[in-house]
Ligand binder design. Structure first.
Ligand SMILES: [Zn+2]
Length: 711
């Protein structure tokens, strides 16, 4: 099979229709042609082709860039194109036929992926290439690609001798199963808990939308006549019920019941995850030791931007000590507020001691009192089209790129999807992106994301193309879509990821754009963009009231700005509590350290919480991020990347946010470093190149209202 070379000279041809549309590699996808029926044949025949190529490569590989890396790149690109399209459609145009087709071939893909990652000839080829004289004359991004491929191969256990390798594979299989069991237990335990409220007094304070949701749930569980106003209401631990209930439910007793159930999920009976966690931690430790690391945390950090566990611990400690006083202040303010509120008769009883199940409730009341704007009041100021105009104008000012409407130039998967081209200073095409802005129930996954459609590849002259997918409120009754502040933040966030994918200058597909970027650094450009939403001129520039045409009033902006730092110390401390437990559990073998799971939790809680958790708190039993997700010994990444993004934004603050020339100059430097170098250069060097120094947490603390001069 030959590679399609359809993306020459910066344009994409519309590919021919003879072949399976999943095989039109390198061309803009033919969304008008792709059907679920293309998936099984398209993916199977591709796996067959790639398996033959892999055989061929394993037998005859030359340990050179052209003889080893380019074939791997080409295989990865084709698989990424076809399977990426299937994954994309699963996210935005889901349906039974597609889901079945996806499930039918997924297992075969896993098998192929394992075969490649466990290939000894590939590992030996990479090692020979790494040691050869030609390595030193390769370009930096090429060397980094080879180093990272080697690291990945080593971490997959393929380099081990026979006996430890067999044990390694055994552990990997067992860990996969344990992770699935862990998630299933959390799900089952969540589903096993519910109570039904029949007394309207116990639903006092609950917003209309939650009354309707819980009554509907009661109906589907046998309470035929349940209504939003009269009940009964079925209360569960699902986030859309739990969170608003804890925020608004005036019944203190019901809040307590719900809170206790939540923090003890999956910790007893058939769904008890305690033993599973102990097993997971022991196996991870054994796996890391087999690979030559001291602990699983060392193994995790080996592929991160953070240079060592110690550096991560130092950062967490710096943030912890800066947040502690603020968090204690938050708590004192909340206690005082709760005492006054409960006496004013708003609550059913006087509060006495503020308990853990009161915190969310009174924090919400305090927020309402201090910042009495609702997201709904903001929406009319932010019609999508005007927000996009503002965002694109900003991209022009900061990064010198023009974004032009190109709707109709290529097919899309839904009529609401927009297509844009990105042009350089001379009008030359650089990239393109699709924007799928609105939620579509039943078809589209929740949340928001940026994904790649095509990656930049100098060899095949492909230009990058991105998908930006949001789930904002669709247009209603002929009115344009009006955005909440959160929806604007989300759009800016995904656009930031998109910029890094699209403005890359890396010539090698395996490291262009967001590819090959360390886990704890990849949120830099996305969170960086969010910062602009708190800049007065930027946000006001995005606003134009749908009826009056007015800009956002200053007083509303000031409330948004103040809400940013509301209880920021408490939130910071909570993330540090999670990050520190995660690191402590993975940094050594618990058994030989003579400490059990929950004593680690209690030990960390002593220094990272202002209200100690309940003795029976077992939140670790449902901490899916680290036991069933990709965040093991990596939960700190949230804070690590936030330090980078806040510090990057502070370069603009130092230059002067109102000095257009200085902002443009700093923007250009950001483009030429963070956005252009992508995964081709280590993130530490990239940051250094942009900032002229290493990262500092000062800006994050200041933006959170936690630096000495801010308090
Ligand atoms: Zn992100």
């Amino acid at each position: 099979m030959s590679r399609s070379k359809s993306a020459r000279e910066g344009t994409w041809s519309l590919a021919s229709t003879e072949t399976n549309p999943l095989h039109l590699f390198g061309a803009l996808p033919r969304f008008d042609l792709i059907e679920a029926s293309h998936v099984e044949d398209g993916i199977r025949s591709l796996i067959e082709t790639l398996s033959c190529e892999l055989d061929e490569l394993e037998q005859n590989l030359e340990p050179t860039w052209a003889g080893l890396i380019e074939p791997l790149e080409s295989m990865g690109e084709r698989l990424g194109y076809a399977w990426g399209l299937v994954g994309h459609l699963m996210g935005v145009k889901n349906g039974d036929a597609l889901r079945e087709a996806h499930a039918a071939v997924q297992g075969e893909l896993v098998v192929f992926g394992l075969r490649q990652s466990q290939s000894r000839p590939l590992l030996e080829g990479l090692e020979t290439l790494r040691e050869s004289d030609t390595f030193s004359i390769l370009e930096g991004p090429q060397r980094r690609i080879i180093e990272n491929l080697l690291r990945e191969a080593r971490h997959s256990g393929v380099g081990l001798a026979e006996a430890p390798r067999a044990r390694f594979n055994e552990i990997a299989a067992e860990l996969a199963e344990l992770g699935t069991n862990f998630s299933n237990h959390v799900l089952d335990a969540t589903n096993a808990f519910s109570f039904t409220i029949t007394d309207p007094a116990e639903m006092a304070g609950i917003p209309e939308s939650l009354l309707a949701l819980t009554a509907q749930d009661a109906r589907s569980h046998g309470a035929d006549g349940a209504s939003a106003s009269q009940g009964p209401w079925r209360i569960t631990l699902d986030a859309p019920v739990l969170i608003p209930f804890l925020e608004h439910g005036q019944s203190r007793q019901r809040r307590e019941e719900l809170y206790r159930a939540y923090v003890t999920r999956a910790s007893t009976g058939d769904f008890d995850n305690t033993k599973i966690i102990e097993k997971i931690l022991a196996l991870r430790h054994e796996m890391a030791v087999l690979l030559g690391f001291e602990s699983y945390a060392d193994l995790s950090i080996d592929s991160k931007m953070a240079p060592s566990i110690l550096e991560v611990e130092n950062l967490l400690e710096e943030l912890r000590s800066a947040s502690m006083a603020g968090a204690l202040g938050d708590l004192a303010a909340l206690k005082e507020f709760a005492a006054t509120e409960s006496q004013s008769g708003d609550d059913s009883s006087s509060i006495g001691t503020l308990e853990l199940w009161d915190v969310t409730f009174y924090a919400e009341r305090l927020r309402e009192q201090r910042f009495d704007y609702s997201e709904e009041a903001l929406r009319p100021y932010f019609p999508l089209s005007h927000v996009l105009d503002g965002l694109f104008a900003m991209a022009k000012e900061l990064f010198g790129v023009s974004i032009v409407d190109a709707d109709g130039e290529t097919s899309v998967w839904h009529e609401d999807v927009r297509f844009f081209r990105v042009l350089g200073e001379g009008g030359e095409p650089i990239a393109a992106f699709y924007l799928d802005p609105y939620s579509r129930s039943g078809q589209k996954r929740g949340g928001a994301w940026m994904d790649e459609c095509l990656g930049r590849n100098a060899r095949t002259q492909e230009l990058p193309v991105a998908y930006l997918v949001c789930n904002q409120t669709p247009p209603v009754d002929g009115q344009p879509s009006q955005m909440s502040f959160d929806e604007i933040l989300t759009l800016f966030h995904e656009f930031g990821h998109g910029l890094q994918h699209m403005l890359t200058r890396v010539d090698f597909a395996l490291a262009s754009g967001i590819r090959n970027i360390e886990w704890d650094a990849v949120e830099l450009p996305s969170q960086f963009m969010e910062n602009w939403c708190y800049h007065r001129e930027t946000l006001l520039g995005l606003s134009r009231h749908v009826e009056s045409g007015d800009r956002l009033p200053d007083e509303l902006f000031e409330k948004i700005e103040a809400a940013r730092t509301f209880r920021a110390a408490s939130q910071m401390l909570r993330q540090i509590y999670f990050s520190s437990i995660d690191l402590a559990l993975h940094a050594r073998d618990l058994e030989s350290a003579g400490e059990d799971l929950f004593s680690v939790q209690r030990r960390i809680a002593k220094t990272t919480t202002v209200m100690p958790p309940l003795d029976e708190d077992r939140f670790l039993c449902s901490f899916g991020h680290i036991f069933a997700g990709g965040y093991a010994a990596g939960y700190y990444s949230y804070k690590w990347a936030e330090v980078l993004s806040a510090d990057a934004f502070s370069a603009f603050e130092e230059a002067g946010l109102d000095d257009a020339a200085a902002v443009a100059e700093t923007g250009m430097r950001f483009r030429e470093t963070v956005l252009a170098l992508g995964g081709g250069t280590s993130p530490t060097e990239v940051f250094q190149a942009f900032r002229g120094r290493g990262p500092s947490p000062e800006a994050l603390l200041r933006h959170s209202g936690l630096s000495p001069e801010a308090s």
